[in-house]
Ligand binder design. Sequence first.
Ligand code: HEM
Length: 516
Amino acid sequence: MISTATRQSLSVYFGSTCHSGKDFKNTQIVLPFDPFDVVHSWTLTLITVVICTVLLARRLWFIRDKLHIRDLPGPVDNVSWLYGNLPELLLSRPYGKFESEWQEQYGSIYRFKGCFSEDLLFISDPAAIRYIFNSAKLFDFSPNRSFIASSVFGKDAVVVLRNGGEPHRRIKNAFSPAFALARLQPYIPVMRDISRKAADKLMQKYLERESSDSNAAVDIYHLLQHVTSDIIGEVGFGQQFNAVETNGGDKVAQSHQNVVMLASRDSKSAILGESIIPYVPQIIMRLMLHLPTRTVRTLQSFRAVSEVWASALLRDSLHPSEDGADGGLVGFVVSSNKNLKHERLSFNEISRQTSMFLVAGQETTANALTWALYELARRPTWQDQVRKEIIEAQHSESSLDKLDYLNAHIKETLRFYPPVPLTERMAFEDTVLPLSRPITTISGRVITELPIRKGQMIHVGIASYHRDPHVWGPDAHTFNPPRWVDGRYDSGDLPESIGPYSNLASFVGGARMCLG
Ligand code: HEM
């Protein structure tokens, strides 16, 4: 409270500052404003500032506190400081053993430990996954992931370029039309021929097994790797690798397969190696790429072979041969690119993608086909239904996407055995993840969204999302292809629909969505 006396003396004081002060005692001072109002507004301003600061600080403190992912439950007690939970997550056999236990115990968001005790987030909540995939500016591969990819494929490869950035978008725009269903349709006879050769080979192996009266397992996986290599070679580039016939194909096909095998060689030292990349100066990393190790030799041979091959391929596509040889999907991209006035890709930009396609498409497709056949073999009655549908369709020329049982089988395979079960993203800014369901933190707080800090590494659990009973029902952990027949999971109108294909995260979504 301000007393009347104080108010008067304050009036004089303020008056003296505004006037010359001459004879002020006897002068009726006329002030240009009411000093009380000034004081009042200053005080009010001060109080408001203090309150706002306190509120802001509280809010920041609250957010920082809330942001602290240490308040999230997870399997973090008594784990190795050096490796964290990564060996359990990545090296367990069968794959996903721990992941599924953790999902059951901690739900769809939890904290776990990486190398050197780094706090990592594991996320399989559908709303959060959707947000991560669709926010290109906020989430991308970490710089060390990009460094590894660039040392394999070169800096212009689409997996290395910044998510949704201009070059990335331009390359995706140029290649996406090549993968449209209508463009692939004419290649169905090629795919059928290659599959027939593989089926003959399988039958031959089966008969050999019968005649030798042995129970030895038939290795279908490597055969299917050769099938996908041949199909991508011919459909993608108009090249015959003959991997099925020759059991591996030519130098190009083999150097690609070697890189695929390199990537799938998971070990504790590989986990550690990847984690120390951020701490090693770039110059040393570059020097390491010249060490005489088996890994470096495989990479060097891959890059040498693929560069020569891709350059020759593109030159041929630019000047098609007289015999009208088909340059496959890349040939299509080259000729559409020639006609572009804006956003034209450079020679390097096209050639860098070619090798990457072979690597990105081969293992994933072979893996999906292997599980699809395995599950058909385990279900003879269902297999008969699928076969009958295919045979009938051949007579009626029905399009492949109209085959309900076949498509149900493919979708269930991709759900139950996603070829890429886990992917990583780094947050490039502070942000807040929406959640489909509230979660309770260790301190007992119930949160409906999860603030995270810039730099936070996130593991997106594709396989875990695919087995979430809240999304797929109580039989989420059962391989059950008929679940797809009534179309209930296909709707793009679901509140949290994910990815380009039937709400599956198998091909991720957003700007980094699988091209193939
Ligand atoms: C069943 C088969 C396939 C599966 C399950 C699959 C899955 C995926 C996934 C999950 C990603 C995103 C990885 C990530 O962001 O973490 C991806 C990216 C990619 N895939 Fe596939 N893929 C398959 C087949 C193919 C084929 C046949 C090709 C090409 C011939 C291909 C080309 C690519 C390319 C170029 C990218 C990188 C896209 C980018 O970074 O913007 N994929 N794929």
